[in-house]
Design a protein around this ligand. Sequence first.
Ligand code: HEM
Length: 413
Amino acid sequence: MKRPARAGADPPPHLLATPRATGWDPHPAQRPPHRHDPVQQVIAPTGHHISLVTGHDEARHALTDPVFVHDIRRLHHREHGFGGRRCPDDIFAVEGRHPLNSDGAEHQRLRNVLAPLFTRTTAAHQHHMIDGACDAVLTRMARHDTPELVAHFARPLTVHVTAQLMGIPTEDIAELTALTLAMVSGRDPELCEVRRDRIALTRLWARIIGRRRRTPRQDLLSQLIRAEENGALSRQELVSTAWGVFSGGITSTTAFLASGAVELMNSPRHQAMLRTPRQTHALIAELLRLTSPFPFAAWRFALEEVTMGGTTIPQGTPVLISLAAANRDPSAYACPDALRPEHRRHSHLAFGNGRHYCPGSHLARLVAAVALRSLFRRFPRLRPAVPLSELSRRGSLIDRCYRSVPVHLVPRH
Ligand code: HEM
């Protein structure tokens, strides 16, 4: 593949350094972008040469520019994209197309099915269920000798809420969660065990969907099944869209609850903002900017050669947009590494921008508001049980959640 001319003989840097080497901030891409280099050529963990977009304005633009396509099949030459080294249908699909790997009319059709299921009103109807789930999860967490915020709070809560919303049978939730986390763990898609997990996940979804088809309810999965029966989705799109919603819902929201809680633990002033809805809204928005639960948008591919931020991106190049870096670009946000909910003028990019903007954003904000409020109301003196510099993150591009956040709970008496 043609490479852009680079100044000097240095090879492009690697996208990820190991968490151990870089400690608290494992993503070079999470650091503010070089002022003159908002688009860079880098080497992905898979060894592929890719273009990394880190500037705020460039990221906002790239998220909507139709020259960057999601559907790898639209590239004209086989040697472009991932060069045939990944599954042709891309690792994130269980079986076929879903909103994040489709473009244009195909994407719009899939979005039209999802949009009515994710309005602000449908999210608000879940308030009671989310509240009850928070109470139950916090009560269970309080019983642990060594409580920690990922395994005992963020993940069980998020999985429960997403499974309830979708109508996943209780007996399938644990296996579905384990397989989903395995699929987004960043392993080489060509490994035997990854293929085996992929097949197991596809079979599990077939079983879950078959059961829901026989006993439909008012849940999201039943409505996706109805869309398939009406011809709005193919069978494969039903499976991959259901999986996209489940995996997108649990990975991002788990990461957000854990990192949001970490940011707030040492700041009673910001915790107090959770008491009023307007301040909560500003606080959640600023936490989303600062923590960027999905550090990167989904893979895109340059349909044509394009120059952006002074860098030429050759036709066919995989493009990764760092939402985390864009959200901390000092040209868009003063003191970008500080939590300053009262002072932000620009909206953040944590939910993306344009046609692929996260449909789960209302739900995610509501879950975060209810969960963080409940957490700090029940444990107002919650504090980390280890230095924050010792926390590490999961190692894939999609899932950068903290592995574990041990805490001391000091309940309200
Ligand atoms: C804090 C939580 C969340 C964050 C930060 C987040 C972030 C994002 C981002 C950045 C995108 C767009 C990616 C791109 O343009 O490449 C996206 C898309 C998507 N998200 Fe979320 N998300 C969150 C929660 C959720 C939830 C709770 C659900 C569903 C239960 C969900 C379902 C989806 C789906 C289906 C898409 C694909 C939309 C499309 O391509 O048209 N997300 N999300």
